[in-house]
Design a binder for this molecule. Structure first.
Ligand code: ATP
Ligand code: MG
Length: 337
C-alpha cells in the first residue's frame, strides 16, 4: 500500500560519510552523519579501503541513532532508501547490504537511490511546497550541471562540464595552495581575505552556452603559482583563492539565471557540496532577487553528502512506485543522463 506521507529511512555510504536519516513525508525527523574525513585528511584524499572499514564500523550505530532521534521504532519504517551508486564500490556495498537486510527483515520496500538524484532532491526538504518545473544548479565533487527539472522523475541537462567538476577543481586548487582536504571549504575561507583581481579563464567554455570546463582554469592557477615561485615573487594565496572562486562560480550563477529567464522558469534550487559555498549562495540570492526568481537553497549540511537527501529522493521514487528487489547491486558509475 502506497502511503501519502510514508516514513522513509535513508542510508548513504558512497564516499567517506556514513549517514542515516528518517523522513515522514517531506518532513525531516532525524539526520545522522559519521565521517572518516579526519582520518582521510592524513592522506590528502579518500582512501577507499579506509572508507569501507569506517562504514562497516559506523553503519549500525548511524541507523540506530537515526531511528531513535526520529522518535520512531524500527517497525514504523515504511521503506528503506539507499544509495546504490555512484561512488566507491566497497563503500557503497556496506550501506546497500545493510539496507537490503533491514528491508527484507521488516518486509518493506527497498528503494535504489542514485546519489546525484539525491543531491538534486535535497531541495524538497528545504521547501515542502517545491514542485516541478524548476531549475537546479548541481555542483558537487563529481558533477557540474544546470538541470531543468520537468517533473518529479524527468529532467533535462541544459549545461554541464566537459572535464573536471567544480568541487574537484576546488580540491585541486586547495592542494596547490597547501590547504588540507576537504579543499572546498578551506579555499572559501582563504578567499574571504583576498581580492578577486587576478584574471583566470572563465569556467564557461569560450563561445559556448552549454559547456563548462574546469581543467583549463585549474591549470591556469597551477601555472600562476609556479611562475611566481620560479621568479621568487611573493604569492598572495588569498587573492589566488578569491580569483579562482570567482572564475569558477560566477559563470554557473550567470548561466543558471539566463536559462531560468529564457525558459520562463520561476524557481531555482541548488545541490551538491559546492552549493555550500557562500560566494555561490550569495550570488544566487542576489541574482534571483534581481530577476524575481524564487530561490530554494538546502541548508549547507544538506548540500554535502548526507542521508536526508537520499530519503528525500527515496520519497520521489516511492511515490512513483519504483522499488528495487533483493538482486540490487552497487554501481560505481552512473551517467548523469
Ligand atoms: N564551501 C565550499 N566551497 C566550495 N566547494 C565546497 C565547499 N564545501 C564543499 N565543497 C566541495 O564539495 C565537494 C564535496 O561535495 P559532494 O559531497 O557533493 O561531492 P561528492 O559526493 O564527492 O561528489 P558527487 O556527489 O558528485 O559524487 C568537494 O569537492 C568539496 O571540496
Ligand atoms: Mg556527493
Amino acid at each position: 500500500m502506497i502511503k501519502e506521507n510514508p516514513i522513509i529511512l535513508g542510508i548513504e555510504s558512497s564516499c567517506d560519510e556514513t549517514a542515516a536519516a528518517v523522513i515522514r513525508g517531506r518532513r525531516l525527523l532525524s539526520n545522522v552523519i559519521f565521517s572518516s574525513a579526519t582520518e582521510q585528511a592524513k592522506y590528502g584524499g579518500v582512501v577507499p579501503e579506509i572508507a569501507s572499514r569506517a562504514h562497516t564500523e559506523a553503519v549500525d550505530e548511524a541507523v540506530v541513532k537515526a531511528i531513535r532521534e526520529a522518535g520512531i521504532t524500527v517497525n514504523d519504517i515504511d521503506a528503506v532508501a539507499v544509495t546504490y551508486g555512484a561512488g566507491l564500490l566497497g563503500a557503497l556495498l556496506v550501506g546497500l547490504s545493510f539496507a537490503k537486510s533491514l528491508a527484507y527483515s521488516l518486509n518493506v520496500p527497498l528503494i535504489a537511490v542514485n546519489h546525484i538524484r539525491g543531491h538534486m532532491s535535497a531541495a524538497y526538504l528545504a521547501d515542502e511546497t517545491l514542485t516541478p518545473p524548476y531549475l537546479t544548479l548541481l555542483a558537487s565533487g563529481g558533477h557540474t550541471a544546470i538541470l531543468h527539472i520537468k517533473s518529479f522523475t524527468e529532467f533535462e541537462v541544459l549545461a554541464s562540464t566537459s572535464d573536471d567538476a567544480a568541487g574537484e577543481a576546488f580540491d585541486k586548487v586547495a592542494r596547490i595552495l597547501g590547504l588540507p582536504y576537504p579543499g572546498g571549504p578551506n579555499v572559501q575561507r582563504l578567499a574571504e581575505n583576498g581580492k578577486a583581481e587576478i584574471k583566470f579563464p572563465s569556467s564557461l567554455v569560450r563561445g559556448s552556452q552549454t559547456q563548462f570546463s574546469y581543467s583549463g582554469l585549474k591549470t591556469a592557477v597551477i601555472n600562476f603559482c609556479h611562475n611566481a615561485e620560479q621568479k621568487g615573487e611573493p604569492l598572495n594565496k588569498a587573492d589566488v583563492a578569491a580569483s579562482f572562486q570567482k572564475s569558477a562560480l560566477e559563470p554557473l550563477v550567470k548561466k543558471t539565471i539566463e536559462n531560468a529567464i529564457s525558459l520562463n522558469v520561476k524557481t531555482v534550487t541548488a545541490g551538491g557540496g559546492v552549493a555550500a559555498n557562500d560566494y555561490l549562495r550569495n550570488s544566487l540570492k542576489a541574482e534571483c532577487e534581481k530577476h524575481g526568481i524564487k530561490l530554494i537553497l538546502p541548508e549547507k549540511k544538506y548540500c554535502t553528502d548526507n542521508a536526508a537527501m537520499i530519503a528525500a529522493e527515496g520519497l520521489i521514487q516511492y511515490q512513483a512506485g519504483n522499488f528495487a528487489d533483493m538482486s540490487l547491486n552497487a554501481c560505481a558509475q552512473i551517467p548523469l543522463k
